[in-house]
Ligand binder design. Structure first.
Ligand code: FAD
Length: 260
């Protein structure tokens, strides 16, 4: 199978760098084709701007969504964007690996999403009708592919537990797993999170690699998070609210994960 690792850490000798190298070796040893987008090494341009549309007239007002749509449709995106879209088309599974920085992904990775996820590629696809509100949340250009987060965090696991002060990790990762990955169609696997990174030594590193290796070995068999498809009846359209019979009386991110 084809696997793309999108990796965001500025230091190759970091814990993240070691884990990325481990993942490449493990996946290749299992017979997979692996490509890595090492965003810092690529000096990835993180900001959306008019230069992303090769046809943007100098001095003209820049409208990010419209410009993205037109450049994508005309094949006039900057080459770095088109190259990453090609990698996404090629991949059967995508791993986003990053340190948790201020409760989210590093800015360079967010900038990869902002630019690579073009209008017409990752959003703005499919018909809108009384029963179908675009191809998204379970449908879309990336449907049929799997995605998984590999995240390191300085905080303890309990800090990210159900009553932890940082908020539950599944809530913190919801905008990435649901909003960024499930939205364009990925099946999203449970994340692999390494907590309390300052307490890493050789023994613990070996244990972490053992567990990460198991997750990589089961990349194509692990059950995805049961996010609810948008167009399969659970949501009222066009309000896009979860119907009362699902998670009755509840609110918040986790109502969008099916438990029935
Ligand atoms: P490193 O610092 O490279 O390594 C961590 C430890 O692992 C070190 O002790 C190192 O010696 C050891 N190590 C590295 N490689 C190996 C190896 N091969 N074998 C054995 N040991 C090894 N944390 C939070 O929880 N929430 C936040 O919101 C948050 N925000 C942050 C914002 C910023 C801007 C920064 C800089 C940090 C933030 N942190 C936060 C902490 C951050 O998540 C951790 O520092 C990061 O995840 C550690 O990953 P690293 O790859 O940089 O580790």
């Amino acid at each position: 199978m084809n696997i793309l690792i999108v990796y965001a850490h500025p230091e190759p000798r970091s814990l993240n760098g070691s884990l990325k190298d481990f993942s490449v070796q493990r996946l290749e040893a299992a017979g997979h084709q692996v490509r890595v987008s090492d965003l810092y090494a690529m000096q990835w341009k993180a900001s959306v701007d008019a230069e992303d549309d090769l046809d943007h007239p100098p001095g003209a007002r820049f409208e990010p969504s419209l410009s993205s749509r037109q450049a994508f449709e005309r094949g006039r995106q900057r080459a770095d964007i088109a190259d990453e879209q090609e990698k996404l088309r090629w991949a059967d599974a995508v791993i986003l690996q990053f340190p948790l920085w201020w409760f989210s992904m590093p800015a360079i990775l967010k900038g990869w999403i902002d630019r690579v996820y073009a209008y017409g590629f990752a959003y703005g696809v499919g018909e809108h009708s009384d029963t179908h509100w675009g191809d998204r949340y379970g449908e879309g250009m990336l449907a049929g592919k799997r995605a998984m987060l590999v995240v390191t965090a300085g905080g303890w696991e309990s800090h990210y537990g159900p009553r932890g002060v940082n908020g539950p990790i599944e809530d913190l990762l919801f905008p990435i797993q649901h909003g960024i990955l499930y939205h364009p169609g990925f099946d999203v696997l449970p994340p692999f999170v390494i907590y309390r990174t300052s307490r890493m030594d050789e023994d613990r590193y070996a244990t972490v690699c053992h567990h990460l290796g198991e997750r990589l070995d089961t990349l194509f068999s692990t059950a995805p998070i049961a996010f609810r498809p948008q167009n399969a009846g659970a949501y009222a359209i066009p309000a896009l609210t979860l119907r009362d019979e699902f998670a009755p009386g509840e609110a918040g991110f986790q109502i969008h994960v099916a438990r029935e």
